[in-house]
Design a protein around this ligand. Structure first.
Ligand code: 3HC
Ligand code: NAI
Length: 696
């Protein structure tokens, strides 16, 4: 074995030259990999003994893409396209042998080889769209020539990978092998023995002709299908255009066009935000004082208290990963109801073809429902999800302390109560932690893991780890009312309510926030959740718009009237002039002057307080880093990922501008709500950003 670079080795076995990439953790196409590939190919070309080349990777995966850390910097030669050209133009057959994931530039490299083999667990994808870009090394041209245009559109524009069976069927790989080294060499020897030709994907035109004949159906149909899902994003349409260009241009012209679009997207704000977010999500898993070497507690059996909206969803997460759950309810009837809801959820998934009936039964079989808390005695992790009531939670934790075995983790799913107070109800506060799931808990990826004053480090490490294992994105936060997500949301709600009293139309506020990229605005959201959540009829005294709406029989979507009126059949919403009048009358009664409020001001008043609250959260040490707040808002509240999250967005607007506007609002209203937090003011006055800040 010869080292070509510090990331690539070279070896000749019989007539096969092996180019072996070793660039942990994911064999990204860093400079050393590209240089090694080019050098290895030249060596193999020059060696008369060599009749075929095998490109293969060490470690856990084949090449998982370009090195994202190199993006935005000048590319050091050789570039990826140079390496790819060297492969495609090699005079000896090149085989890529794939295990783990061949993603992005990794799959493009494989497609520039003449043949591809993969192990049965390998996955293949063009996920660039998730980074706000498109495949920039021929993926938009080679992939459709292999798997067909409809499949290539789906793979590039949605960005999800496919498995080996599908790859084999679609022609993306030529054979499934047991082992990339052994199987790859054997395959290469077969090519030599059979004197198989150099198969260049660029020369395949059958799929191109097929697509030309059905162009409208394929492209217009696809655009319609994904319109809602990709609203606001630039990269999906650019991916489609690049792929479609293959029908009108020569292969090389289309490659140039792909590269041009790639460059434009890469320089754009959306991709910068999406790449930032990629690393933010991975950073969130790291807790400075809880290193990866911290011991893990064993979690084999889980208990959940409460089988309502949250308890049922939480339990499903564990069952989905094959972990058994004992669910405790106060009454058998509630248990039966909760299990009915869980089964229905699973059956709906099965109907959509995302799980088999057997898997439904398997998951249901992992759930055991009881009404006796004693059944939790041997659980390793117990998650409490009963009503949001401190006395009840304290009573439950005191009894869990008596019942559950020592060393178990006791978690609460409270959305706002003080985790320290709950922990103090036990004799083992170090074992108590918050695990704040979001609704629907079986679907939403965000999980705020709430660290109490006394929570032990191994409890934090285990909770973060198990959260990842059940498919969540855990973010560690500290104790405060509403934790990070809801605390920031509250600021937006307060301002949304204020601004409509000043004369902004509630539907304009919703529209502006929807156009910004949120799934819906605050008033539509209130209607969806139900205006009467937390409303007490007896105590209601027309103190705010919500109370007045509830008093007038408006409950939101559930009874067809809230801020909007809803069509009984189509559920289409329309603004309600009566609600406008209610708001206007209430504002006047409060002595508020009403006026036109422009779109920019709506955004400023709704979003700047969120950025400011994020700054306070950092000052107080409730979140570890600004990007953690962004991960929470992107995953839990639909902040558009192409704007990075409130803190990244704040930086992109400029903290000086935000603090300046807040000071203007403060001076104008005399309301200290608008006073920039100490951290925001400090950064703004120094011309700095949140990205310059770190705790310490
Ligand atoms: N470049 C640089 N670093 C990368 C990387 C990449 N392409 N992919 C992953 N990493 C890093 C991560 O940041 C992480 O670093 P850390 O340990 O310091 O936090 C480490 O590798 C491990 O990553 P994960 O925690 O995500 O590991 P998993 O095992 O959960 O997932 C994976 C592995 C499926 C490969 C996942 O990392 C992934 O999806 N990576 C991105 C793949 C991608 O988007 N590829 C396309 C890149 S763009 C491109 O190729 C352009 C081309 O068309 C020209
Ligand atoms: P829910 O009312 O749907 O369910 C609560 C369940 O707890 C009920 O089925 C009830 O019978 C059961 N229960 C009550 N006392 C019990 C006891 N002593 N022993 C066993 N079971 C008991 O409420 P939901 O929405 O599931 O909320 C549960 C917790 O999750 C609350 O703390 C809430 O704040 C929190 N939460 C709720 C979210 C939501 O969107 N609904 C989001 C995140 C957290």
């Amino acid at each position: 074995m010869t080292a070509l670079t510090d990331m690539v080795d070279y070896e000749v076995r019989g007539e096969v030259a092996l180019i072996v990439i070793d660039n942990p953790p994911v064999n990204a196409l860093s400079h050393g990999v590209r240089a090694g590939m080019v050098e290895g190919l030249a060596k193999a070309e020059a060696d008369e003994q060599v009749a075929a080349v095998l490109l293969v990777c060490k470690g856990r995966t084949f090449i998982a893409g370009a090195d994202i850390t190199e993006f935005g910097k000048p590319m050091k030669a050789p570039g990826l396209n140079e390496a790819i050209e060297a492969m495609e133009n090699a005079t000896k057959p090149v085989v890529a042998a794939i295990h783990g994931t061949a993603l992005g530039g990794g799959l493009e490299t494989a497609m520039a080889s003449h043949y591809r083999v993969g192990v049965s667990s390998a996955r293949f994808g063009q996920p660039e769209v998730k980074l706000g870009i498109l495949p920039g090394a021929g993926g938009t041209q080679r992939l459709p020539r292999l798997v067909g245009y409809p499949k290539a559109l789906e793979m590039c524009v949605i960005g999800n990978p496919i498995g080996a069976a599908e790859a084999l069927e679609g022609g993306l790989i030529d054979e499934v092998v047991d082992d990339v080294f052994e199987g790859g060499v054997t395959f290469a020897e077969k090519l030599i023995a059979e004197d198989r030709p150099l198969k260049k994907i660029r020369d395949l035109d059958e799929r191109v002709n097929e697509a030309r004949a059905n162009r409208k159906e394929i492209f217009d149909g696809f655009r319609r299908k994904i319109a809602r899902r990709t609203r606001g994003f630039e990269a999906p349409e650019a991916n489609i255009r690049a792929i479609e260009a293959g029908l009108d241009m020569s292969f090389d012209e289309a490659l140039d066009y792909e590269r041009q679009l790639f460059g434009e997207l890469m320089a754009g704000k959306q991709s910068i935000a999406q790449r930032y977010y990629f690393f933010a999500e991975r950073e969130a898993a790291k807790v400075p004082d809880v290193p990866r070497t911290t011991p893990l507690r064993k979690i084999e059996k889980v208990g959940v208290l409460g089988c309502g909206t949250m308890g049922g969803g939480i339990s499903m997460n564990f069952a989905n990963r094959g972990i058994g759950v004992t669910i405790v309810e106060a009454e058998q009837s509630r248990l039966d109801h909760g299990f009915g809801v869980i089964r229905k959820n699973y059956e709906r998934t099965a109907k959509r073809g995302r799980m088999t009936n057997e898997q439904v039964d398997q998951c249901m079989g992992l759930l055991q429902g009881v009404t006796d808390r004693e059944a939790l005695a041997d659980c390793d992790l117990v998650i409490e999800a009963v009503f949001e009531n401190m006395d009840l939670k304290k009573e439950i934790f005191a009894s869990l302390d008596r019942i559950v075995k020592p060393g178990a983790i006791l978690a609460t799913n409270t959305s706002a109560l003080d985790v320290n107070e709950i922990a103090a109800a036990t004799s083992r506060p170090e074992d108590v932690i918050g695990m704040h799931f979001f609704s629907p808990a079986n679907i939403m990826r965000l999980l705020e893991v709430v660290r109490g004053e006394k929570t032990a480090k191994d409890v934090i490490h285990t909770s973060m780890t198990i959260s990842k294992q059940i498919g969540k994105v855990p973010v560690l936060v500290g104790v405060c009312r509403g934790f990070v997500g809801n605390r920031i949301l509250f600021q937006r709600q307060v301002q949304a309510q204020q601004i409509i009293l000043k004369g902004a139309k509630y539907y304009d506020v919703d529209r502006v926030l929807y156009d910004f990229g949120f799934p819906m605005g605050p008033f539509a959201m209130s209607d969806l959740a139900g205006l009467d959540i937390g409303w007490n009829e007896k105590e209601s005294a027309s103190r705010d718009i919500r109370e007045i709406l509830c008093e007038s029989g408006r409950r939101g979507q559930k009874n067809g009237r809230g801020y909007y009126v809803y069509d009984a059949e189509t559920r289409a919403s329309a603004p309600d002039p009566e609600v406008l009048q209610i708001i206007s009358d209430f504002g006047s009664a409060q002595g508020i002057d009403q006026r036109e409020v422009g779109e920019d001001e709506i955004l400023e008043r709704c979003l700047y307080p969120m950025v400011n609250e994020g700054a306070k959260i950092l000052e107080e040490g409730i979140a570890i880093r600004p990007s953690d707040i962004d991960v929470i808002w992107v995953n839990g509240y639909g902040w558009p990922v192409y704007r990075g999250g409130p803190m990244h967005w704040g930086d992109s607007v400029g903290l000086g501008k935000i603090a300046g506007r807040m000071r203007e609002f403060q001076a104008e209203s005399g309301d200290d709500f608008w006073q920039p937090s100490a951290l925001l003011a400090e950064l703004a006055d120094a011309g700095k950003s949140f990205s310059d800040w770190s705790a310490g």
